[in-house]
Every structure is written in structure tokens, then in C-alpha cells.
Ligand binder design. Structure first.
Ligand SMILES: C[S@@+](CC[C@H](N)C(=O)[O-])C[C@H]1O[C@@H](n2cnc3c(N)ncnc32)[C@H](O)[C@@H]1O
Length: 386
């Protein structure tokens, strides 16, 4: 509207300058209404969350990289030579957006130490960290990497992940890495226009579901560095992390937004810890960009058991009295013939069921809760008529 009116009376350059000035005025007043927002910023701004993470980190998860890790990472960088030449870029430009050497060595060492079966990476870029992981998996003699990236243009590359694919092929690692295209949990970064953001699908849940059976032993989070995306990336994948599995975050020192996200995650872990028992440990490693790792140290204990009472025809048995003497439990079955037990009950524990229309039942539980959800069917026989 303003553009149209201005367009009729002003030359284009003057019109553009006025529109830009009006926009700045409007947006700055929105952003500062009620005072400035104190939020974490990009690299170069104060990172007050990093010292906090250093203070609370109590777990020893990172080991110092050994000679094998150092040599392997140097060899990987060297092996990129032909790809660099083909793309006509110098190594400064090439590795600018990648993990730094000391972080690559720490990552390689972590994979050697943990011997993961499934590694899950968010943010592939030109594949340096993906290749570091894949080389370490090959050295372990087992394991698969699943790497998710939207494959968007980045500085010198139209599609940086094609460089990763080529390097993986050259180094005989293409069978170890599965590349997946898409946003992991969403797209917030200001590095790309809204059109492309919408054109690329969000694939995290779908990819995670495809590896649900194996679960994740090591996740490497290095995608969208906004606080919100770092949070959603982690919270989406955390339930797929196996016990003893780790989630490694990159750029925790250089990006205050990432450090802030981990601080929030840590706070929430402690919030839930009150009810569930500790379930993540934290370690940090400074280096140039900074790494932090969360280790899943125990399963959440939210035991829930559903007993499903049916008769021999499969109809629900309503109003039966169910007892589990070992845990002093007693309840009446509901309209679906179900009884819920929100307690820890091992498999084999005896359950008793009484109902005037059925024979008394006493038998062991086939499934125990062990901190998880269990379903146990119980079939009741009709009362014998004498
Ligand atoms: C810092 S680079 C990753 C560097 C890489 N880990 C390495 O060391 O070689 C960030 C990458 O994250 C990708 N990315 C950005 N937003 C993402 C999102 N929402 N989900 C997955 N990947 C994302 C970008 O396309 C970019 O390739």
C-alpha cells in the first residue's frame, strides 16, 4: 500500500530508502517495546551459559584423543585433497563451517571408546565430521551413520552434502553413511529465505522412526544453532537414545544460543530428576568451538502397567477385583476391563482376580514394568455352574 502510493510520486531509489527506513522504525519499536530482550546471541556475543555448564558438568565422558585419533583425522583432511581441487576451494574456506581439528579428534576418540552401532548426525555440511565418524566406525569394525541435512546452498557450495557424498565414495565409506535430506526438527536460522525453508521437508521424526528398533548410541547435533532448534533437535531424539547413549553438541562455546539450549535442557533434566532418578550426565570440552555431551545414564522410571481382563470370548471383564499382594495393590477393572498399575512390578509377580461370574484367577505376570510400559492380558474362565 505505502509502496504503491510512494511508487507513484517518487523515483525507485528514494522509494526504496524510505521503505527500508520505515521498516527499521517499525521492527525496532516492536523488538524494544518494554525494554530490550536479554537473549543469547550468535558468535561474538557474551556466552554466560558456558561457565555455568562447566560448573555443573560432573561426568567424565570425553577422553583425551590418542595418537590413532590424531593420525586418522589428519589423514581424513588429507584425503579431501582431490575434492577440494575439483571444487576449486582452499582448505580455509572448506573447513570454515566444519568442526575444528581438535574437536574432530575428540569425536573420533568418542566413537572409538563407545563403539556405537547407530550414530545419528544433524548437520552434515561438507561431511568432515561425518567422515570422521565413519572412519572411526570402520576402525571399530561395526556401526552405521545416519546424517540429516537440508542440503541448502552454503558459501561456495550449491549443495555441500554432495561434497560429503563424493568424499565418502572416494574413501570407501558410502556403505557406512546414510544421507537423509531435510530439516531435522524445523528451520529457524536466518541463512535462507522462507521459500526454500518451506520447500524442504522436516524429516527428523520419520528418520528417527526408521531406526527405532536399534536406537541411537551416539547423536551429533550440529545443525540449526538457534536456541529453539537446538532444544527441539535434542528433545525429538532423546527418547531414541539407548541407555549409555550420548548426545554430543558442537559450537557450545562459540555459539551462546547453543550453550543456552543445553543449559535449559540441563535445567529440565534436573526438574524431572526429582521424580524419576538421574537420567543424563554432562561433560564439556572447551577447544575452539566447544563441545558438550549428555550421556543417558539410566532409564526414566515411569512404570505403567495395563492389565487387560477378558473372558474366553474376548469380551472385557468389568468390575473384577484385581490384587497384586507383593506390592499391596488392589483395584477394580474399568468399563474396558482394564486396570492400571503405576508402580514398578517385576515379571513373574503374582496377580489375583476375583469376580462372581468367573473362576478365581491367580497367575504370574508375563511382562514386568522395569521402568517402562507393560501390557498383560488376563483371560478369565466362566464360573462352573453346579
Ligand atoms: C555447522 S554446519 C555442520 C558442520 C558439520 N557437522 C561438520 O563438522 O562437517 C551446519 C549444517 O547444518 C545444516 N542445518 C541447518 N539447519 C538444519 C536443520 N534444521 N536440520 C538439519 N540440518 C540443518 C546446514 O545445512 C549445515 O550444513
Amino acid at each position: 500500500m505505502i509502496r504503491k502510493i510512494l511508487g507513484k510520486i517518487l523515483p525507485p531509489k528514494v522509494k526504496l530508502a524510505i521503505v527500508v527506513m520505515l521498516r527499521r522504525l517499525l521492527y525496532s519499536s516492536c523488538a524494544t517495546a518494554g525494554g530490550p530482550i536479554t537473549a543469547a546471541g550468535k558468535p561474538g556475543t557474551e556466552n554466560k551459559w558456558w561457565p555455568e555448564l562447566e560448573r555443573v558438568a560432573g561426568q567424565k565422558i570425553f577422553a583425551s584423543p590418542g595418537i590413532e585419533a590424531q593420525k586418522a583425522c589428519a589423514d581424513i583432511r588429507e584425503a579431501y585433497g582431490p575434492v577440494l581441487q575439483r571444487y576449486g576451494v582452499d582448505s580455509q574456506n572448506f573447513f570454515w563451517g566444519s568442526i575444528k581439528n581438535e574437536e574432530a579428534e575428540a569425536l573420533y576418540q568418542l566413537v572409538l571408546d563407545r563403539k556405537p552401532n547407530i550414530v545419528y548426525q544433524i548437520g552434515t555440511f561438507v561431511g568432515y565430521s561425518a567422515l570422521v565418524i565413519a572412519h572411526a566406525l570402520r576402525a571399530n569394525g561395526r556401526g552405521q551413520l545416519v546424517a540429516v541435512d537440508p542440503e541448502i546452498p552454503h558459501r561456495t557450495f550449491i549443495n555441500p552434502v554432495n561434497v560429503a557424498r563424493e568424499a565418502a565414495r572416494n574413501q570407501g565409506l558410502d556403505k557406512i553413511i546414510r544421507f537423509e535430506r531435510g530439516w531435522h526438527s524445523g528451520a529457524l536460522g536466518d541463512y535462507i529465505g522462507l521459500g526454500l525453508k518451506r520447500a524442504i521437508p522436516i524429516v527428523g521424526l520419520q528418520v528417527l522412526e526408521s531406526i527405532r528398533e536399534q536406537g541411537i548410541d551416539l547423536a551429533f547435533i550440529d545443525g540449526d544453532h538457534s536456541t529453539a532448534c537446538t532444544l527441539t533437535d535434542f528433545f525429538l531424539l532423546k527418547d531414541y537414545l539407548n541407555i549409555d547413549g550420548v548426545a554430543l553438541f558442537h559450537d557450545v562455546l562459540s555459539w551462546p544460543t547453543v550453550a543456552q539450549a543445553i543449559f535449559i535442557i540441563w535445567h529440565d533434566i534436573h526438574y524431572y530428576e526429582r521424580g524419576t532418578g538421574a537420567y543424563f550426565g554432562l561433560d564439556v570440552r572447551a577447544g575452539q568451538d566447544g563441545l558438550a555431551v549428555l550421556e543417558r545414564v539410566a532409564k526414566e522410571t515411569f512404570p505403567t502397567m495395563r492389565l487387560e481382563l477378558t473372558d474366553t470370548a474376548g469380551r472385557p471383564v468389568v468390575d473384577a477385583t484385581v490384587t497384586i499382594p507383593a506390592i499391596n495393590f488392589s483395584a477394580i477393572s474399568d468399563k474396558d476391563g482394564a486396570v492400571y498399575v503405576l508402580r514398578e512390578v517385576p515379571a513373574g509377580t503374582e496377580v489375583k482376580v476375583l469376580h462372581s461370574d468367573y473362576e478365581d484367577y491367580a497367575g504370574p505376570l508375563a511382562q514386568g514394568t522395569e521402568g517402562d510400559y507393560a501390557v498383560n492380558p488376563v483371560t478369565l474362565l466362566p464360573e462352573q455352574q453346579v
